[in-house]
Design a protein. Sequence first.
Length: 202
Amino acid sequence: MLNCSKNSGKYVITGYGRSGTFYLSTLLNDITDFTVKHEPRGKKDLSKNKSYYQKIYKDINQEKYLEINSYLRFWINKIKKTHEIIILARCPLEIYLSVCNRKPAHTHIFFAKEISEFCESYYFSNFRIFKFDNINNMEYIKNLCQYMNLVITKYPTNEYPKNTNKSIIYKTINDLPSNSKKNICKLHQLSNKYKTIADWPK
């Protein structure tokens, strides 16, 4: 069962931040016949104004257009009525570690809870999952493009920029401050469960 009741043949890729959305959008925009945008409206997509969705819909409904946008996770229930949503998924503990290297320590536990809630809600439901682990595997990229009807016009010939952390304070979960390691049992459980998600599309 797909996640879209009226599949228009249009797609959106979303996920939690720090999951490879920037890299994947840059890659697909370069090698396919689609215009692929990464978070084109920025933090405006965090709007809680219901009428704002008309702006999102106008953009994502364009022909030969694809958004890979982590902010659209907040609009999944609306988007799935007209578009098929593909979740770009990464190991929850890896997401958390990356976030901790960007955010002040006093906010870490908030993000641990938010990451857990998102991953639990969408990684193991009826959404198609494209795993971060396969983001550099051209066979999976080719199959993903074929699934979404994107035509590959050239093969990648160069390194694509990644939205990496400018400084790495914590290299592993064990390096985190003691308070940041509290109450993250759920993240450990979800990370173990993440390993069981089948690779797609083969």
